[in-house]
Design a protein around this ligand. Structure first.
Ligand SMILES: [Zn+2]
Length: 93
């Protein structure tokens, strides 16, 4: 019984620790580098906001501000239609 209690306590502590872990404040890459207009031809810039599977990375992960995320999403979609960025990236085995 004692052992069981110990294990339960340990588990609880672990969960609390992970929720308390400090998070670094994300800043918008475009705001930092003063990108005024997101160019749909700028593959390098758009690549930062696209996952390796070709999906647009959500704001909570990319850290982009609302304004720039909107611009990025539009630019990614535009460049996809022009064949600059893929709709779906090749599957990596
Ligand atoms: Zn921004």
């Amino acid at each position: 019984m004692v052992r069981r209690d110990d294990r339960a306590r340990k588990k609880k502590k672990k969960a609390r620790d992970s929720s308390l872990r400090l998070r670094r404040k994300k800043t918008c890459y475009c705001c930092e580098n003063q990108v005024l207009l997101i160019d749909y031809k700028d593959e390098k810039l758009l690549g930062r906001f696209v996952s390796d599977r070709g999906k647009i990375v959500p704001r909570r992960i990319s850290g982009a501000c609302a304004r720039h995320q909107r611009g990025v999403a539009a630019a990614v979609k535009r460049s996809r239609s022009l064949g600059i960025l893929p709709y779906v990236a090749e599957q990596v085995q």
